[in-house]
Write a protein that binds this ligand. Sequence first.
Ligand code: ADQ
Length: 489
Amino acid sequence: VTPVVSATHPGRLVIVSNREPYTIQTHGNEVRIERMPGGLVSALDPVLRLRDGLWICWEDASKKVVEVDDVASDEDNIDWEKIQLPYDIQPVPLTQEEINHYYYGYANTRLWPLFHYFISQCNFFDERDWPSYVTANQKFADTVVNCTDAEDWIWVQDYHLLLVPELVRKQRQNHRISLFLHIPFPALEVFKILPKRDVILRGMLGSDLIGFHIPDYGTYFLDAVERLLPSEEVKVEREHQRIYYQGRVIQVGSFPISIDTKKIETLVSNPSLQKRAQKLRDNYPVKYIGVSVDRLDYTKGILENLEALQLFFEKYPEYIQKFAFIQIASPTRTAVPAYQRMREEVEQTVGRINGLLSRDNWVPIHYFYRRFSLEDVLMYLMIADVAMITPLRDGMNLVAKEYCAAKVDLSGVLVLSELTGAAYELKEALMINPFYIEEMADSLHQALNLSPGVRQQKMQSLRQTVGQYDIHHWVQSFMDAFTDAINHR
Ligand code: ADQ
């Protein structure tokens, strides 16, 4: 792997994200270091391990996220020498009130639903959310200012911290600042709905480089800047995707995030994991298996997929007792009411469908509501003849890529929502519109009936894409563009 910042451009890589990459939990004398779930950490953790870096993240008062040195003094009975975090972590202390209104409030009940086109899920009524978002972003910005210098490469992550670039820039005019948005940037007519939309845009424009997963999101961002900020203040140059603002040039680009493909290939090629996967497969006495792995989020299209499965069995009853579907759902944002409702609805729907269709020792849908280890997720992907990745909207979707990486024997078929960023790259998947239940049911049928030759050809070409454009490629191309943006400013 080539270094992500060349020797001629020294300086640390500084990741700034809401989420901590690790939690440290103490149970008596036992200390557990756990990598946090979610796409962002899965993507960036391997990168920081490979180079000298710093990760600035929230300190959730309810969890233990600490720098080892700080804790050593007050927890004497623990052998902290043995604890090794793979890189430096600098927590930003937030109050519970801030977490409630900045994280659960503005970020997750306004920005998240709106940017995923779930306008009806947006809660625009709690007046405390916006001030908390500003305060939390200011705290992150102050930490960045205190912990970095002009040689560092500051890389702000995601919708929780959209004001940080400008708030750092105000204090440090010459800092190198970039931003990557992990979720879609919505079309103008939807973005327009956001109160404080101009403040959000200006916050983002504090960056030297702003990255999105796919070119469409970048285009929508340029539309928003051009149409919603005063024309005397900004100039958008479409050809090179540049914005001229406050005497600076801001580069916009697309960088489809990916996975650590080699790592996954190594894991799934391990004979002991293959043996375990075979044992797992033997637990399901059916000819075909389908799978989906998602955070239990209303954007992921879990309910729609369940409805499509019911229709599939009604339309193609020959698959009763021959096909079983495994839905792995990981708990997420459980304090937000929409997520609690979603869980209830998913569980009721699974219960209803299983109640209707189950026969003897056959159950159509196997549902797990918990986090699995990466190896366990991979085992389910390995044994699945088809993966149904059906988000109603998704910035990228890493599970689609993980499925391809896990299919070293070229055996599986990927059914993929065209409303994901992944659809932009994984063109050999069977594309579905997740709002069209019948099409999903038919695509599942088609997936199970593809000839072995076509199936293998598709999977080979998908695997080539995820092999070539892996997480290291993502970081390298982002950092190259970041370096260019700094050289040209
Ligand atoms: P997420 O919305 O979290 O990420 P995704 O890209 O699918 O979505 O990543 C989820 C990750 O968590 C995958 O690596 C998956 O294997 C893992 N995971 C999911 N459920 C799990 C479970 N039950 N047990 C264990 N692991 C589980 C956000 C955006 C995406 C974008 C990523 C990265 O919403 O669109 O792809 O960031 O930018």
